[in-house]
Design a protein around this ligand. Structure first.
Ligand SMILES: *Cc1c(COP(=O)(O)O)cnc(C)c1O
Length: 387
């Protein structure tokens, strides 16, 4: 039986919560979505949550709410899922990337600082920067926030990996150092709503805009209407929105899962501790946990160290797969995707990202992974790494 790199953990309570919705009056647009939004915003110590059908949708409406449009520029990390960059293109803006730091695998703040200086001289500064908390470990948000004040850009945290993580002792998502934070609830992430995402913010105007954009640009709130309401049937469309709504079924599952969020993350730390010890003797670069962050440990990415005599990544990867270990690679650098190459990006532009990608492998990491399975992963790696 193959051990996957990640999987959901569904309890009887989760199942009951979804069944309760099926027996209730509302399958969509009922009380579960706002309850999930309140719960997660409160958990993060933030004011507003806007739940949507995916983190991709959340990134899109977050960009729109911040006014991203044609002629604008958005910067993100090349080591991320493609959605981190696509969201800017949806708005008609351009995308560029900031190379990563080899240790944290997050956006490199020194590289960012230099790139901003150059962009300012060239008169082409980004309107929005989207840092990605790779594997659940927060970026250096304080430095990023300082830079945003100097150069006048807004910040959307792509925290798809990082719900339940902390930065400088505060929950990721409290938006102290950003305008909006986005979470994903895809089943491989930390908590799941099957599909789903949420945008968190402290700014009421941004929350209101995003809430309208997720539902056709429509408002039923009289305060938000341009003309006076002729009756209870009346609603107004004020902007061009979408149907990005989360269902009640998804919200009930997400809310039920959120009750175990801290437990899930703590369990991931136990598993990471065990890997740290059990893999220490192998020619691998193991993930470092930075001091300013408590990672949610969405992924455990090892790097094959060829300088210490390991076989190459492709060989190690295919041997692990053949051995029933469902490894994956996170991520193929976005700028090297054919679609982005068509837009003019080239190999060699973001060398740290490309170097990281060349020997990265994500090994199994999820709360119900037990020690006998972990031992199978370790033993398979011992065999797979032999040149
Ligand atoms: C998963 C993921 C997304 C997209 O999430 P969906 O909910 O599947 O749309 C975006 N960014 C990152 C970094 C992700 O890992």
């Amino acid at each position: 039986m193959t051990i996957p790199y990640g999987r959901q953990s569904i309890s009887e309570d989760d199942i009951e919560a979804v069944i309760d919705i099926l027996r209730s009056d509302f399958l969509t647009q009922g009380p579960a979505v706002p309850a999930f939004e309140r719960h997660l915003a409160e958990y993060c110590g933030a004011r507003h949550g806007v739940a949507v059908n995916s983190a991709t949708s959340a990134l899109h409406i977050a960009c729109l709410a911040l006014g991203v449009g044609p002629g604008d520029l958005v910067w993100t990390s090349p080591i991320s899922f493609v959605a981190s960059a696509n969201c800017a293109l949806y708005c008609g803006a351009d995308v560029d990337f900031v190379d990563i730091d080899a240790d944290s695998r997050n956006m490199d703040m020194q590289v960012l600082r230099a790139k901003l200086k150059k962009a300012e001289a060239e008169g082409r500064l980004p309107q929005v920067v989207i840092p990605v908390h790779m594997c659940g470990q927060s970026c250096d948000m304080k430095t990023l926030s300082d830079l945003s004040r100097i150069y006048g850009f807004r910040i959307i945290e792509d925290a798809s990996h990082a719900v339940g993580g902390r930065y400088l002792g505060q929950p990721v998502g409290n938006c102290t150092f950003s305008d909006i934070t986005v979470f994903s609830f895809h089943p491989v992430k930390i908590i799941t709503s099957a599909e789903g995402g949420m945008a968190i913010t402290n700014e009421p105007m941004l929350a209101e805009k995003m809430a309208q954009l997720r539902s056709h640009g429509i408002t039923r709130d009289k305060e938000q209407m341009r003309s006076s309401s002729p009756g209870e049937w009346y609603y107004e469309q004020n902007s061009l929105g979408y149907n990005y709504r989360m269902t009640e079924l998804q919200a009930a599952l997400g809310l039920s899962q959120a009750a175990r969020l801290d437990e899930f993350v703590a369990r991931r730390h136990e598993i990471a501790d065990q890997y740290d010890t059990a893999l220490a003797h192998l020619p691998l670069i193991l993930p470092k946990r930075t001091e300013d962050a408590y990672s949610s440990l969405h992924l455990y990415v090892i790097r094959v160290d060829r300088t210490r005599g390991a076989a190459d990544r492709a060989t190690v990867f295919s041997r692990l797969r053949a051995d029933g270990i469902g490894v994956q690679v996170h991520y193929f650098p976005i700028h090297l995707q054919p679609y982005y190459a068509d837009r003019g990006f080239k190999a060699g532009q973001f060398p740290a990202a490309e170097k990281y990608y060349a020997d990265a492998i994500s090994i199994p990491m999820y709360p119900t992974l037990e020690w006998p399975e972990q031992k199978r992963v370790v033993q398979a790696l011992e065999r797979a790494l032999i040149p």
